[in-house]
Design a protein. Structure first.
Length: 446
Protein backbone atom coordinates (compact mmCIF):
# COMPACT_ATOMS: atom_id res chain seq x y z
CA UNK A 1 0.00 0.00 0.00
CA UNK A 2 1.35 3.44 -0.91
CA UNK A 3 1.97 6.05 1.76
CA UNK A 4 -0.91 8.10 0.34
CA UNK A 5 -3.39 5.23 0.60
CA UNK A 6 -2.10 4.19 4.02
CA UNK A 7 -2.78 7.65 5.47
CA UNK A 8 -6.31 7.68 4.04
CA UNK A 9 -6.96 4.23 5.49
CA UNK A 10 -5.66 5.25 8.91
CA UNK A 11 -7.95 8.27 8.86
CA UNK A 12 -10.88 5.91 8.31
CA UNK A 13 -9.73 3.37 10.88
CA UNK A 14 -8.91 5.95 13.56
CA UNK A 15 -11.92 8.20 12.97
CA UNK A 16 -9.82 11.19 11.91
CA UNK A 17 -11.75 13.95 10.14
CA UNK A 18 -9.21 16.79 10.04
CA UNK A 19 -5.48 16.42 9.41
CA UNK A 20 -3.13 19.22 10.49
CA UNK A 21 -0.23 19.83 8.13
CA UNK A 22 2.51 21.11 10.45
CA UNK A 23 5.53 23.18 9.52
CA UNK A 24 7.87 25.55 11.36
CA UNK A 25 8.69 29.02 10.06
CA UNK A 26 11.88 31.05 10.39
CA UNK A 27 10.40 32.59 13.54
CA UNK A 28 10.38 29.19 15.27
CA UNK A 29 6.59 29.15 15.53
CA UNK A 30 4.73 25.97 14.59
CA UNK A 31 2.14 26.65 11.88
CA UNK A 32 -0.54 24.48 10.31
CA UNK A 33 -3.02 24.11 7.50
CA UNK A 34 -5.73 21.49 7.97
CA UNK A 35 -7.35 19.35 5.32
CA UNK A 36 -10.46 17.21 5.53
CA UNK A 37 -9.79 13.48 5.60
CA UNK A 38 -11.47 13.21 2.20
CA UNK A 39 -8.68 15.41 0.77
CA UNK A 40 -5.74 13.80 2.50
CA UNK A 41 -4.77 11.62 -0.47
CA UNK A 42 -4.58 14.59 -2.82
CA UNK A 43 -2.70 16.59 -0.15
CA UNK A 44 0.00 13.90 0.04
CA UNK A 45 0.11 13.37 -3.73
CA UNK A 46 -0.04 16.98 -4.90
CA UNK A 47 0.70 19.18 -1.89
CA UNK A 48 -1.29 22.12 -0.52
CA UNK A 49 -0.74 25.66 -1.73
CA UNK A 50 0.85 28.06 0.74
CA UNK A 51 1.84 31.71 0.47
CA UNK A 52 5.59 32.34 0.55
CA UNK A 53 4.79 35.32 2.75
CA UNK A 54 4.30 33.06 5.77
CA UNK A 55 8.08 32.77 6.05
CA UNK A 56 8.39 36.56 6.45
CA UNK A 57 6.57 36.81 9.78
CA UNK A 58 8.73 37.19 12.86
CA UNK A 59 8.09 35.83 16.35
CA UNK A 60 5.94 38.87 17.17
CA UNK A 61 3.59 38.04 14.30
CA UNK A 62 4.81 41.06 12.32
CA UNK A 63 5.56 40.77 8.64
CA UNK A 64 9.03 41.82 7.54
CA UNK A 65 7.83 44.28 4.92
CA UNK A 66 11.37 44.83 3.67
CA UNK A 67 11.93 41.09 3.20
CA UNK A 68 12.14 39.23 -0.07
CA UNK A 69 8.59 37.90 -0.03
CA UNK A 70 5.43 39.91 -0.59
CA UNK A 71 1.78 39.16 -1.36
CA UNK A 72 2.62 37.47 -4.67
CA UNK A 73 4.30 34.07 -4.70
CA UNK A 74 3.22 30.59 -3.67
CA UNK A 75 4.78 27.29 -2.69
CA UNK A 76 3.35 23.94 -1.62
CA UNK A 77 3.24 22.10 1.67
CA UNK A 78 4.19 18.48 1.00
CA UNK A 79 3.06 16.23 3.88
CA UNK A 80 5.38 13.38 4.83
CA UNK A 81 3.06 10.35 5.10
CA UNK A 82 5.53 8.52 7.35
CA UNK A 83 4.88 11.14 10.03
CA UNK A 84 1.10 10.70 10.21
CA UNK A 85 -0.30 10.51 13.75
CA UNK A 86 -3.80 10.52 15.12
CA UNK A 87 -3.75 13.21 17.82
CA UNK A 88 -4.86 11.78 21.17
CA UNK A 89 -5.52 15.25 22.61
CA UNK A 90 -7.64 16.59 19.71
CA UNK A 91 -10.98 15.00 18.83
CA UNK A 92 -11.01 13.37 15.39
CA UNK A 93 -7.79 15.08 14.38
CA UNK A 94 -4.47 13.91 12.97
CA UNK A 95 -1.22 15.54 11.94
CA UNK A 96 1.66 15.20 9.49
CA UNK A 97 4.97 17.07 9.31
CA UNK A 98 5.61 18.81 6.01
CA UNK A 99 8.36 19.83 3.64
CA UNK A 100 7.83 22.93 1.53
CA UNK A 101 8.29 22.66 -2.24
CA UNK A 102 8.21 24.99 -5.20
CA UNK A 103 5.20 24.81 -7.50
CA UNK A 104 7.39 22.67 -9.79
CA UNK A 105 7.83 20.08 -7.04
CA UNK A 106 11.45 20.85 -6.19
CA UNK A 107 12.63 21.44 -2.60
CA UNK A 108 12.10 25.11 -1.78
CA UNK A 109 15.53 26.50 -0.79
CA UNK A 110 13.91 28.41 2.09
CA UNK A 111 12.45 25.26 3.69
CA UNK A 112 14.26 24.33 6.94
CA UNK A 113 13.02 20.72 7.09
CA UNK A 114 14.22 19.63 3.66
CA UNK A 115 17.48 21.53 4.25
CA UNK A 116 18.08 19.49 7.41
CA UNK A 117 17.28 16.30 5.51
CA UNK A 118 19.95 17.17 2.95
CA UNK A 119 22.53 17.78 5.68
CA UNK A 120 21.71 14.47 7.38
CA UNK A 121 22.07 12.72 4.01
CA UNK A 122 25.49 14.32 3.57
CA UNK A 123 26.57 12.77 6.86
CA UNK A 124 25.13 9.38 5.91
CA UNK A 125 27.00 9.31 2.60
CA UNK A 126 30.15 9.69 4.68
CA UNK A 127 29.14 6.78 6.87
CA UNK A 128 28.08 8.91 9.86
CA UNK A 129 24.38 8.98 10.71
CA UNK A 130 23.31 11.61 13.29
CA UNK A 131 21.36 10.37 16.30
CA UNK A 132 19.69 13.19 18.20
CA UNK A 133 17.37 13.94 21.12
CA UNK A 134 15.87 17.28 22.14
CA UNK A 135 15.58 17.65 25.90
CA UNK A 136 12.76 20.14 26.49
CA UNK A 137 11.98 22.27 29.53
CA UNK A 138 8.70 24.12 30.04
CA UNK A 139 6.65 25.85 32.73
CA UNK A 140 3.08 25.14 33.73
CA UNK A 141 0.97 27.98 35.10
CA UNK A 142 -2.64 29.03 35.51
CA UNK A 143 -4.33 32.35 34.70
CA UNK A 144 -6.35 34.58 36.97
CA UNK A 145 -9.55 36.36 35.94
CA UNK A 146 -7.54 39.17 34.35
CA UNK A 147 -5.54 36.68 32.31
CA UNK A 148 -2.34 37.22 34.29
CA UNK A 149 -0.12 34.20 35.00
CA UNK A 150 -0.40 32.43 38.35
CA UNK A 151 2.35 29.99 39.27
CA UNK A 152 1.15 26.44 39.78
CA UNK A 153 3.42 25.83 42.74
CA UNK A 154 6.32 27.53 44.50
CA UNK A 155 8.36 24.47 45.42
CA UNK A 156 10.86 23.93 42.62
CA UNK A 157 14.31 22.40 43.20
CA UNK A 158 13.17 18.95 42.01
CA UNK A 159 10.65 18.75 44.85
CA UNK A 160 8.38 15.72 44.98
CA UNK A 161 5.59 18.14 45.84
CA UNK A 162 5.88 19.59 42.35
CA UNK A 163 5.56 16.08 40.94
CA UNK A 164 2.38 15.46 42.92
CA UNK A 165 0.87 18.83 42.08
CA UNK A 166 0.76 18.22 38.33
CA UNK A 167 0.96 14.42 38.17
CA UNK A 168 -2.27 13.97 36.23
CA UNK A 169 -1.32 16.59 33.67
CA UNK A 170 2.17 15.24 33.10
CA UNK A 171 0.89 11.67 32.93
CA UNK A 172 -1.55 12.73 30.20
CA UNK A 173 1.32 14.37 28.32
CA UNK A 174 3.42 11.22 28.53
CA UNK A 175 0.50 9.04 27.44
CA UNK A 176 -0.21 11.35 24.50
CA UNK A 177 3.42 11.34 23.37
CA UNK A 178 3.64 7.54 23.55
CA UNK A 179 0.38 7.27 21.59
CA UNK A 180 2.15 9.25 18.83
CA UNK A 181 5.19 6.92 18.94
CA UNK A 182 7.36 9.60 20.51
CA UNK A 183 9.56 7.68 22.98
CA UNK A 184 9.65 9.07 26.52
CA UNK A 185 12.63 8.17 28.70
CA UNK A 186 11.98 10.16 31.87
CA UNK A 187 10.24 13.13 33.45
CA UNK A 188 11.10 15.33 36.43
CA UNK A 189 10.16 18.68 37.93
CA UNK A 190 13.03 21.04 37.24
CA UNK A 191 14.90 23.47 39.45
CA UNK A 192 12.52 26.44 39.27
CA UNK A 193 9.00 26.48 40.64
CA UNK A 194 6.49 25.34 38.05
CA UNK A 195 9.22 24.09 35.71
CA UNK A 196 9.14 20.60 34.18
CA UNK A 197 11.19 18.52 31.79
CA UNK A 198 10.25 15.59 29.58
CA UNK A 199 13.17 13.67 28.06
CA UNK A 200 12.46 11.86 24.81
CA UNK A 201 14.59 9.13 23.26
CA UNK A 202 17.18 9.47 20.51
CA UNK A 203 16.18 9.10 16.87
CA UNK A 204 17.61 9.95 13.48
CA UNK A 205 18.29 13.65 13.00
CA UNK A 206 15.18 14.56 11.01
CA UNK A 207 12.84 12.37 13.04
CA UNK A 208 14.19 13.79 16.29
CA UNK A 209 13.33 17.31 15.11
CA UNK A 210 9.87 16.08 14.07
CA UNK A 211 9.39 14.58 17.54
CA UNK A 212 10.33 17.90 19.11
CA UNK A 213 7.61 19.67 17.11
CA UNK A 214 5.08 17.03 18.19
CA UNK A 215 6.19 17.41 21.82
CA UNK A 216 5.66 21.17 21.76
CA UNK A 217 2.20 20.75 20.29
CA UNK A 218 1.33 17.99 22.75
CA UNK A 219 2.52 19.76 25.90
CA UNK A 220 0.64 22.97 25.09
CA UNK A 221 -2.55 21.14 24.08
CA UNK A 222 -2.69 18.77 27.06
CA UNK A 223 -1.94 21.62 29.48
CA UNK A 224 -5.02 23.48 28.20
CA UNK A 225 -7.14 20.35 28.60
CA UNK A 226 -6.11 20.38 32.28
CA UNK A 227 -6.85 24.09 32.76
CA UNK A 228 -3.19 25.04 32.77
CA UNK A 229 -1.08 26.98 30.32
CA UNK A 230 2.36 25.83 29.20
CA UNK A 231 5.18 28.08 28.09
CA UNK A 232 8.49 27.16 26.47
CA UNK A 233 9.72 30.77 26.60
CA UNK A 234 13.47 30.84 27.44
CA UNK A 235 13.02 33.33 30.31
CA UNK A 236 9.31 33.11 31.25
CA UNK A 237 9.45 34.46 34.83
CA UNK A 238 11.98 35.93 37.22
CA UNK A 239 14.41 33.27 38.49
CA UNK A 240 13.20 30.79 35.84
CA UNK A 241 14.53 29.59 32.50
CA UNK A 242 13.55 27.04 29.86
CA UNK A 243 16.22 25.38 27.75
CA UNK A 244 16.22 22.80 24.99
CA UNK A 245 19.40 20.78 25.30
CA UNK A 246 20.37 18.97 22.10
CA UNK A 247 22.02 15.57 22.57
CA UNK A 248 23.91 14.29 19.55
CA UNK A 249 26.13 11.44 18.41
CA UNK A 250 27.28 10.13 15.02
CA UNK A 251 27.05 6.48 14.05
CA UNK A 252 28.51 4.15 11.45
CA UNK A 253 27.97 0.58 12.59
CA UNK A 254 29.08 1.81 16.02
CA UNK A 255 29.12 5.07 17.90
CA UNK A 256 31.75 7.21 16.15
CA UNK A 257 32.00 9.46 19.20
CA UNK A 258 33.25 6.64 21.43
CA UNK A 259 36.83 5.44 21.76
CA UNK A 260 37.78 3.39 24.80
CA UNK A 261 41.47 4.11 24.16
CA UNK A 262 40.93 7.90 24.15
CA UNK A 263 39.32 8.20 27.57
CA UNK A 264 35.98 7.32 26.02
CA UNK A 265 35.83 10.20 23.54
CA UNK A 266 37.00 9.69 19.96
CA UNK A 267 38.97 12.06 17.75
CA UNK A 268 35.83 12.49 15.64
CA UNK A 269 33.93 13.69 18.69
CA UNK A 270 36.74 16.05 19.69
CA UNK A 271 36.88 17.57 16.21
CA UNK A 272 33.09 17.95 16.24
CA UNK A 273 33.31 19.78 19.57
CA UNK A 274 36.02 22.04 18.17
CA UNK A 275 33.83 22.95 15.21
CA UNK A 276 30.89 23.79 17.47
CA UNK A 277 33.08 26.01 19.65
CA UNK A 278 34.59 27.70 16.62
CA UNK A 279 31.14 28.66 15.29
CA UNK A 280 29.47 29.19 18.67
CA UNK A 281 28.70 32.94 18.37
CA UNK A 282 26.90 32.37 15.06
CA UNK A 283 25.25 29.13 16.19
CA UNK A 284 23.35 30.80 19.01
CA UNK A 285 21.61 33.03 16.47
CA UNK A 286 19.97 29.82 15.20
CA UNK A 287 19.60 28.00 18.52
CA UNK A 288 18.69 30.95 20.78
CA UNK A 289 16.76 33.07 18.30
CA UNK A 290 14.73 35.61 20.30
CA UNK A 291 15.50 38.69 22.34
CA UNK A 292 14.24 36.79 25.37
CA UNK A 293 16.78 34.00 24.76
CA UNK A 294 19.64 36.19 25.94
CA UNK A 295 18.06 36.74 29.32
CA UNK A 296 18.71 33.00 29.74
CA UNK A 297 22.27 32.80 28.38
CA UNK A 298 23.85 34.30 31.47
CA UNK A 299 26.52 32.99 33.83
CA UNK A 300 25.73 30.64 36.68
CA UNK A 301 22.03 30.02 36.12
CA UNK A 302 22.36 26.53 34.65
CA UNK A 303 22.59 27.69 31.05
CA UNK A 304 25.59 28.28 28.83
CA UNK A 305 27.20 31.72 28.85
CA UNK A 306 30.78 30.92 27.84
CA UNK A 307 32.36 29.20 24.84
CA UNK A 308 33.92 26.12 26.39
CA UNK A 309 33.35 22.41 26.82
CA UNK A 310 33.71 19.95 29.66
CA UNK A 311 32.81 16.55 30.99
CA UNK A 312 29.69 16.77 33.12
CA UNK A 313 29.94 20.56 33.19
CA UNK A 314 26.45 22.09 33.12
CA UNK A 315 27.79 25.63 32.72
CA UNK A 316 29.74 24.75 29.57
CA UNK A 317 28.35 25.32 26.09
CA UNK A 318 29.12 21.69 25.19
CA UNK A 319 28.82 19.07 27.91
CA UNK A 320 29.97 15.47 27.59
CA UNK A 321 27.50 13.62 29.83
CA UNK A 322 28.70 10.68 31.86
CA UNK A 323 28.05 7.47 29.89
CA UNK A 324 25.85 4.75 31.23
CA UNK A 325 27.83 2.32 33.41
CA UNK A 326 29.40 -0.34 31.21
CA UNK A 327 27.74 1.06 28.09
CA UNK A 328 29.97 3.87 26.86
CA UNK A 329 29.80 2.54 23.33
CA UNK A 330 26.08 3.27 23.11
CA UNK A 331 25.60 6.23 25.43
CA UNK A 332 28.56 8.51 24.67
CA UNK A 333 27.25 11.75 23.21
CA UNK A 334 27.57 15.52 23.23
CA UNK A 335 25.06 17.95 24.71
CA UNK A 336 24.69 21.46 23.26
CA UNK A 337 23.24 23.58 26.05
CA UNK A 338 22.64 27.01 24.50
CA UNK A 339 19.53 26.06 22.51
CA UNK A 340 16.02 26.91 23.62
CA UNK A 341 12.54 25.99 22.49
CA UNK A 342 11.98 29.21 20.57
CA UNK A 343 14.33 27.82 17.92
CA UNK A 344 13.20 26.21 14.71
CA UNK A 345 14.53 22.73 15.57
CA UNK A 346 15.38 21.95 11.95
CA UNK A 347 17.54 25.06 11.67
CA UNK A 348 19.18 24.69 15.08
CA UNK A 349 20.16 21.09 14.31
CA UNK A 350 21.25 21.98 10.77
CA UNK A 351 23.60 24.64 12.15
CA UNK A 352 24.96 22.35 14.84
CA UNK A 353 25.72 19.59 12.32
CA UNK A 354 27.32 22.04 9.90
CA UNK A 355 29.59 23.42 12.63
CA UNK A 356 30.63 19.95 13.77
CA UNK A 357 31.18 18.84 10.19
CA UNK A 358 33.48 21.82 9.65
CA UNK A 359 35.50 20.82 12.71
CA UNK A 360 35.86 17.27 11.39
CA UNK A 361 36.82 18.37 7.87
CA UNK A 362 39.38 20.93 9.10
CA UNK A 363 40.78 18.48 11.66
CA UNK A 364 40.30 21.02 14.44
CA UNK A 365 41.30 20.23 17.98
CA UNK A 366 39.32 21.54 20.94
CA UNK A 367 40.95 23.44 23.79
CA UNK A 368 41.37 21.69 27.11
CA UNK A 369 38.07 20.80 28.76
CA UNK A 370 36.89 23.03 31.58
CA UNK A 371 36.24 21.18 34.82
CA UNK A 372 34.92 24.15 36.83
CA UNK A 373 32.16 26.69 36.51
CA UNK A 374 33.66 29.20 34.04
CA UNK A 375 31.75 31.94 35.85
CA UNK A 376 33.94 31.30 38.91
CA UNK A 377 37.14 31.86 36.95
CA UNK A 378 38.63 35.33 36.91
CA UNK A 379 38.57 37.35 33.71
CA UNK A 380 42.31 36.81 33.32
CA UNK A 381 41.94 33.05 33.84
CA UNK A 382 39.27 32.92 31.17
CA UNK A 383 41.42 35.00 28.82
CA UNK A 384 44.41 32.68 29.37
CA UNK A 385 42.23 29.71 28.43
CA UNK A 386 40.53 31.52 25.51
CA UNK A 387 37.13 31.12 27.17
CA UNK A 388 35.03 33.79 25.52
CA UNK A 389 31.56 35.07 26.41
CA UNK A 390 28.70 34.11 24.12
CA UNK A 391 26.84 37.01 22.47
CA UNK A 392 24.85 38.96 25.04
CA UNK A 393 22.08 40.02 22.66
CA UNK A 394 20.27 38.71 19.61
CA UNK A 395 21.75 41.61 17.64
CA UNK A 396 25.31 40.49 18.44
CA UNK A 397 24.48 36.90 17.55
CA UNK A 398 22.96 37.92 14.22
CA UNK A 399 26.11 39.90 13.39
CA UNK A 400 28.17 36.77 14.08
CA UNK A 401 25.85 34.64 11.96
CA UNK A 402 25.98 37.08 9.05
CA UNK A 403 29.79 36.85 9.05
CA UNK A 404 29.89 33.02 9.20
CA UNK A 405 30.50 31.65 5.70
CA UNK A 406 30.30 28.00 6.80
CA UNK A 407 26.78 28.37 8.14
CA UNK A 408 25.81 30.47 5.12
CA UNK A 409 26.92 27.63 2.83
CA UNK A 410 25.15 25.03 4.97
CA UNK A 411 21.82 26.84 4.94
CA UNK A 412 22.14 28.07 1.38
CA UNK A 413 21.90 31.72 0.43
CA UNK A 414 18.09 31.92 0.22
CA UNK A 415 17.41 30.30 3.59
CA UNK A 416 20.32 32.08 5.27
CA UNK A 417 19.30 35.56 4.09
CA UNK A 418 15.58 35.01 4.72
CA UNK A 419 16.35 33.92 8.28
CA UNK A 420 18.52 36.97 8.87
CA UNK A 421 15.82 39.27 7.50
CA UNK A 422 13.15 37.83 9.79
CA UNK A 423 15.37 37.89 12.87
CA UNK A 424 16.64 41.39 12.15
CA UNK A 425 13.01 42.54 12.08
CA UNK A 426 12.52 40.86 15.48
CA UNK A 427 15.58 42.63 16.89
CA UNK A 428 14.57 46.00 15.43
CA UNK A 429 11.06 45.72 16.88
CA UNK A 430 12.63 45.17 20.30
CA UNK A 431 15.10 48.04 20.04
CA UNK A 432 12.34 50.39 18.83
CA UNK A 433 10.21 49.49 21.85
CA UNK A 434 13.24 49.93 24.14
CA UNK A 435 13.57 53.52 22.95
CA UNK A 436 9.95 54.19 23.93
CA UNK A 437 10.42 52.47 27.29
CA UNK A 438 13.57 54.47 28.02
CA UNK A 439 11.91 57.75 27.06
CA UNK A 440 8.81 57.08 29.16
CA UNK A 441 10.82 56.01 32.20
CA UNK A 442 13.33 58.87 32.06
CA UNK A 443 10.60 61.43 31.58
CA UNK A 444 9.49 60.55 35.13
CA UNK A 445 12.99 61.33 36.41
CA UNK A 446 13.90 64.42 34.40
Amino acid sequence: MSGTSAVAERCRDENVELVRLLFVTQSGAVRAHSVDASKVESAVADGVTLSQLVQSYNALGLRDKDGRFDAAGEVRLRPDPDTFRALPYAERAGAMLCDIETLDGDPWPVDPRSSLRAMCETFRTRGLAPEVAFESEFHLFAEDEAGDPVRVDERGAYATGSTRETHGTVLSMVDALKAQNVPVEKYYPEYAAGKHEIVTGHDSGLRAADHHVLLRETVESVARDHDYRATFLPKPFDHSTNGCHVHLSLWDDDNAFYDADRDGLSDTARRFVAGVLDHAPALVALAAPTVNSYARLRPQIGAAAFVCWGRGNREALVRVPAPEPGDGGSSTRLEFRAADNAANPYLALLGLLAAGKDGIERDLGPPSPVSADPGNLSASERADRAIERLPRTLGQALDALEADSVLRDALGTDLFETYLEVKRSHWEAFTDSAVSWERDRLRQVY
